[in-house]
Design a protein around this ligand. Structure first.
Ligand SMILES: [Zn+2]
Length: 280
């Protein structure tokens, strides 16, 4: 699943690749998918998009949104977005095909579940609205607005004190686009166990955690994503996580202790028992 650093990377690739192109053909919902969510009837998408010119792409958390004149095309995390140059062989299955006048095209295919939503700018009313609004309104981790003061205001707020580190960082969209994947290395670098309660963290640990959030996001972005994800051209990211399903049971790169895997809060957590102790 794409997380914020990857969505940002892909949005920039979109700006370098399809911005300014004119749309000549659109097909949405071609291959049936139970968990592909569209905005209204996808058979309306061709009329909304065809003949229009692609504008700026933005990343909000893990969501990518493209300005296309008076409409917006939202592609959520959980969609593989690929660009195909003219003449490249296209996959047979897809939930979104946007072709351009130069015969290049953009394709979206939903993995487990995802939203592919085309809607008039300024008018977005559906079940997905609160999720999108939160992601847009909150400071993006890699922006200057996400600074130490802002992070401390989040972590010091009353309702977060009883939460664990994983619950605080990676649930309820507290930090849009920070999900269970990116989480693991942030906590590993901060030497904080995922089940540590926020109220037990020292001021120094909170500050370290802030820097680790920023640093891990920056590293993943610079590497073009994690190696589990692919970019707009189908290239795998170069960021190799310290903690993931690939390193579970292997020695910790810092101390040599085994890396543990456990189920926790709707997903696996990975940690080193030696480096990431739960605060007393
Ligand atoms: Zn260790």
């Amino acid at each position: 699943m794409l997380e914020a650093p990857e969505a940002l990377y892909i949005s920039e690739q979109l700006n370098q690749t399809i911005k300014g192109k004119t749309i000549s053909f659109v097909c949405a919902g071609y291959t049936p998918h139970k968990f592909a969510w569209f905005y209204g009837d996808p058979t309306n998408y061709p009329a909304m998009l065809t003949g229009k010119t692609v504008g700026e792409a933005h990343a909000y958390g893990g969501v990518i949104e493209i300005d296309i004149e008076d409409v917006r095309l939202l592609i959520s995390d959980g969609t593989n977005i690929r660009y195909y140059a003219p003449g490249e062989k296209l996959p047979e299955k897809h939930q979104l095909l946007v072709a351009f006048e130069d015969e290049s095209c953009l394709m979206g295919s939903v993995r487990m579940y995802a939203a592919i939503m085309c809607f008039p700018a300024g008018s977005f009313h559906c079940d997905y609205t609160p999720y999108r609004e939160k992601a847009i309104r909150k400071p993006q981790v890699l922006s200057d607005a996400f600074d130490k003061t802002y992070f401390l205001s989040l972590i010091n707020s009353e309702e977060k004190q009883k939460k664990t580190a994983k619950a605080f960082l990676a649930t309820e969209q507290t930090i849009p686009g920070l999900g269970n994947g990116v989480l693991q290395d942030i906590l590993f670098k901060a030497r904080i166990h995922p089940k540590t309660r926020i109220c037990t963290l020292s001021e120094k640990q909170k500050e370290t955690l802030f820097h680790c959030v920023k640093d891990v996001f920056q590293e993943i972005y610079q590497a073009g994503g994690r190696n589990s994800e692919t970019d707009l051209f189908g290239h795998r990211g170069r960021y190799i996580p310290f903690l993931s399903k690939d390193t579970a049971g292997k020695p910790c790169p810092v101390c040599g202790e085994d890396i543990r895997k456990e189920s926790y809060l709707g997903g696996s957590i990975y940690y080193c028992v030696e480096c990431q102790k739960i605060n007393a």
